[in-house]
Design a binder for this molecule. Structure first.
Ligand SMILES: [Zn+2]
Length: 270
């Protein structure tokens, strides 16, 4: 049977609240269904982001992680439930996301993202979401996305605060334009030492999903060159304009970084 936009009848019903939005419509929903997103880290940021991307009908959702679910994750990683403690996060995530929306192909990459595999894993996706919270991974993901000219939704969380920036290589600043070098070791508490209000991870993860959906459906203005900073205690959102750095080591006029390298530090997701 012919249905509008080439969507199945059950899809028209499932995505009705999207399709009714003039900016999105059936055209935008079709774009989502034929697009792909990669989430690096199935933790505090990655799991809420994954839930909304799966619910939205993003056709292919890739997840990179190699941890198992720990009891201390459940305070914020809401895709994982108590019976999942001890099983791989990817298995837990895939079970829930597939049940949520069978339209979505869930691709699991059970590995640690490193310089030798990053380009190969990232190259097949339309947008990348960074759900890690350590500097080696952040710089690696940034550099790989700049090299592949792939949009990246960066977010970071710490205690009661969060930040988010969309990196659109060639159009706006990258993570290195903002922070040219990682902080010296010992200056930043490790993931095990830092506290985080669980709901703050949810806010930032859902903001990441929102930006990714806008990019994939080609609607609105992404947070390119505008760092959004969230302070939960004051319930304050503010934006800071970030210029592109012409001397940036990866996206500047004369880049000095021409290949990916690994920095030493065990990755984890807050
Ligand atoms: Zn840059």
């Amino acid at each position: 049977m012919n249905t509008p936009f080439g969507l199945r009848e059950d899809q028209i019903e499932r995505y009705a609240r999207h399709i009714i939005l003039p900016e999105m419509g059936g055209v935008g929903q079709k774009k989502l269904l034929s697009s792909s997103a990669l989430i690096i880290g199935a933790g505090g940021l990655g799991t809420p982001a994954a839930q909304y991307l799966a619910a939205a009908g993003v056709g292919k959702l890739g997840l990179v992680d190699m941890d198992v679910v720990d009891l201390s994750n459940l305070q914020r990683q809401v895709l994982h439930h108590t019976p999942d403690v001890g099983i791989p996060k990817l298995e837990s995530a895939k079970n829930k996301l597939s049940a949520m929306n069978p339209d979505v192909e869930i691709v699991t990459h059970e590995t640690r993202l490193m310089s030798h595999n990053a380009l190969d894993i990232l190259k097949d996706y339309d947008v990348v979401l960074d759900g890690t919270d350590n500097f080696p991974a952040r710089y690696l993901i940034n550099d790989a996305c700049v090299m592949l000219k792939k949009p990246l939704v960066h977010a970071g969380i710490f205690r009661f605060d969060g930040q988010i920036l969309v990196i659109q290589p060639g159009e706006g600043p990258c993570y290195r334009c903002l922070f040219p070098d990682p902080p010296p070791e010992g200056m930043v508490p490790s993931c095990q030492e830092a506290g985080i209000l669980g709901a703050v991870a949810g806010v930032l993860g859902v903001l990441q999903a929102t930006e990714a959906i806008k990019i994939l459906a080609e609607i609105g203005q992404p947070l390119v060159g505008r760092l959004l900073i969230f302070d939960a205690l004051g319930m304050d959102f503010r934006k800071v304009k970030i210029p592109r750095d012409p001397d940036c080591a990866i996206c500047g006029e004369h880049p000095t970084i021409t290949e990916l390298t690994d920095m030493e530090l065990a990755p984890c997701q807050l």
